[in-house]
Design a protein around this ligand. Structure first.
Ligand code: SIN
Length: 282
């Protein structure tokens, strides 16, 4: 059972989305510079809730979106994705009736194949389908906590390989991105990471990028990863967010995964994403 957190913020309103994770944030206008006092509350709420949904927003000018992201740290450059014209720090999410794939359709933590995967991601949706196009989030603290003690002990000290060639190569060709010049990252991370700010342990494997557990035989690795993916994706740890135009979501890749639902074809969905650099998982 997860205790519902008390709203103790002075300069924003945080309405819990579910007992395990997520909060809707009211009283902040991201289309204007954010005050230091509001920023401090947002930073705390981000650690408390893992994913924040900023409601009642106007379209955020790209410069302000980038500036808001930079207040949390340096910005992360996606190894393969197309960027917005004139704004190389912004990754544009865009699915239309011509799309062959949409972004983020399988459970993942963003770019976990990087040596230093992103701390967090800020996505504003500014063209939304009439219905559908929800995003799901899953609580990786909860997924870890719900494992039995013997399994938690077994995972201690194990590492996993996260690869991306199978995901990124050719992925954005239909959006004009020639990727012959890029190397698709590969990294080794602990199977369970400790969040650098909260000190809590979180499961850190995902179906998109994690290909094997290094210390186990191939068949043991397959069996354990299947169990851990099911644990990480269990409905008990999930929420499903329904977007309203110009909502902005800000998620913590260190302790939650997400998955975008592409159920709206041939309708269009478009958003801008700013991603903040993270540190090496420990
Ligand atoms: C992503 O960044 O993985 C996509 C999320 C979304 O489009 O809702």
């Amino acid at each position: 059972m997860v205790a519902i957190r008390q709203n103790s913020y002075q300069h924003i309103e945080a309405r819990p989305f579910a007992p395990n994770l997520g909060a809707e944030i009211y009283g902040v206008d991201l289309a204007k510079p954010v005050s230091d006092a509001q920023f401090d509350d947002i930073k705390q709420a981000f650690l408390d809730y893992q994913v924040l949904f900023f409601k009642d927003q106007a379209e955020i000018p790209p410069e302000l979106h980038v500036a808001f992201g930079k207040r949390f740290g340096g910005l992360h450059a996606h190894p393969a994705a197309p960027t917005m014209a004139g704004h190389p720090e912004i990754f544009e999410i865009h699915a239309t009736k011509h799309s062959k794939i949409a972004n983020g359709e399988f459970w993942h933590s963003d770019v976990s194949c990087d040596e230093e995967p992103p701390l967090g991601t800020m996505l504003q949706i500014h063209i939304a389908p009439p219905c559908g196009g929800d995003t799901m989030f899953s609580d990786m603290y909860g997924a870890y906590d719900a494992l039995s003690e013997p399994v938690r002990r077994m995972l201690d000290g194990l590492t996993a390989t996260h690869e991306s060639e199978h995901i990124y190569r050719g992925r954005y060709a239909d959006r004009g991105r020639n990727d012959t010049d890029i190397d698709c990252p590969v990294a080794v991370h602990p199977v369970v990471r400790t969040h650098p700010d909260t000190g809590r342990k979180a499961l850190f494997v995902n179906r998109t990028f994690t290909t094997r557990i290094n210390e186990l035989s191939p068949s043991e690795s397959d069996a354990v990863l299947t169990m851990l993916f099911e644990q990480a994706e269990h409905i008990d740890h999930q929420i499903r967010f329904r977007w309203t135009l110009n909502d902005m979501a800000f998620w913590d890749n260190r302790c939650c995964m997400h998955r975008a639902i592409w159920d709206y074809w041939p309708e269009e969905r478009k958003g801008r994403r700013v991603t903040i650099k993270g540190d090496r998982p420990r």
